[in-house]
Ligand binder design. Structure first.
Ligand SMILES: *Cc1c(COP(=O)(O)O)cnc(C)c1O
Length: 274
C-alpha cells in the first residue's frame, strides 16, 4: 500500500489511506469468500488499481481518479508441465533508467517490455534479462526482481541488485532478503544487495560458481531460471529443469506464511468484520 501511494504520487494521482483500503479489502473478502479457491497453490489474486478518470484531451494532472481492486481466482503457478525459464539478456532496449519511473509500479513501465518480450519469445526464450549501462549491470528479469546464488570461497552468496532507482522495489524481493537474513546461517551465507553484471555471471558460470538464479514476484513467488542467452552464448544454470535448493526454500517459506502455517513478524493479516 505504501508503494502504491508512492507510485500514485509520481503519477500525480491522489493519495489514499492505506489502512482504510485494507479494511475495505477485508470486508470484500468476507462478503465474497466463496470466490477464494481452496487447495494448495490456489488463491484469489488481488490487484488494487488507481487510474485518472478526468475527461479531456490535455496532458494535465488528473482532477478525478478511480481506486478499485481487481480480484481473480488463480490456479497453481507451477503445474505439472512447469519448466524453469530461459532468458535473453537484452541489450537493444532498457526497461528503466535512473531518475525515471522504473522504481514505481506504473502501467507505463510495462510498455517498454512488450515488444522485447515478443522478440525474446521468437528466439525461444520466456523472458528478457534487463541490463543497464556500459558495464551490463543486471536489473530485473521480465517483470520480476532477480536473485543469484554464487559460490564464494567456502560460503555461498545470495545476490540481488540494489534499489538504485531502476529496480522495482518488489515486496517478494524484500521478503526474500528478510527471510534469508533471518533464517540462513551467517557462517554459510553472505546476503548482498550489490551491482552484478552479466559478465560476472558468465565468469561465475564458467568457473562452476553459479549455483542458482531465480526471479521473485507476487504471482509466482519464485521463478527458477535455467539459461541465459548473451551475445549468442548460453549461460547454463546447473539446476537445469529443477528448482535450486534455495529457490525451493524461499518458495516454501513464503507459501507457509501465506497459508498461516508459519508465523513471521506481522506479515499475515486476518480479515475481520467491521
Ligand atoms: C511487480 C513487479 C515486481 C515484483 O514485485 P512484487 O511486489 O514482489 O510483486 C518486480 N519487477 C517489476 C518490474 C514489477 O512490475
Amino acid at each position: 500500500m505504501e508503494r502504491m501511494n508512492r507510485s500514485a504520487k509520481r503519477a500525480a494521482l491522489p493519495q489514499f489511506d492505506n489502512e482504510e483500503l485494507m479494511k475495505i479489502i477485508d470486508q470484500f473478502l468476507l462478503v465474497d469468500k466463496r470466490f477464494i479457491p481452496q487447495g494448495e497453490g490456489y488463491s484469489l489474486y488481488l490487484r488494487p488499481t488507481l487510474i485518472g478518470t478526468t475527461v479531456g484531451l490535455g496532458v494535465t494532472k488528473p482532477t478525478k481518479a478511480l481506486l478499485y481492486v481487481i480480484a481473480s481466482p488463480v490456479g497453481p503457478y507451477f503445474g505439472k508441465d512447469f519448466k524453469p525459464v530461459s532468458l535473453e539478456a537484452t541489450e537493444y532496449a532498457v526497461r528503466a533508467w535512473p531518475k525515471g519511473y522504473g522504481e514505481f509500479k506504473l502501467g507505463a513501465n510495462y510498455v517498454s517490455s512488450i515488444e522485447p518480450q515478443t522478440q525474446a519469445a521468437a528466439k525461444g526464450h520466456n523472458q528478457n534479462l534487463w541490463l543497464f549501462g556500459e558495464q551490463g549491470n543486471i536489473t530485473e528479469v521480465g517483470a520480476m526482481n532477480v536473485f543469484f546464488v554464487l559460490k564464494k570461497g567456502d560460503k555461498k552468496e545470495l545476490v540481488t541488485p540494489p534499489l538504485n532507482g531502476t529496480i522495482l522495489p518488489g515486496v517478494t524481493r524484500d521478503s526474500t532478503l528478510r527471510l534469508a537474513r533471518e533464517k540462513l546461517s551467517a557462517d554459510e551465507w553472505i546476503i548482498s544487495e550489490r551491482e552484478i553484471t552479466i559478465h560476472e555471471v558468465k565468469e561465475k558460470a564458467d568457473n562452476g560458481e553459479l549455483l542458482e538464479i531465480f526471479g521473485t514476484g507476487t504471482a509466482a513467488i519464485v521463478s527458477p531460471v535455467n539459461n541465459i542467452e548473451f551475445r549468442e552464448q548460453h549461460i547454463k544454470v546447473p539446476t537445469g529443469d529443477d528448482f535450486g535448493p534455495l529457490t525451493q526454500q524461499v518458495l516454501d517459506w513464503i507459501k507457509s506464511i501465506q497459508y498461516g502455517q508459519l508465523e513471521f513478524e506481522d506479515w499475515s493479516r486476518v480479515a475481520k468484520k467491521l
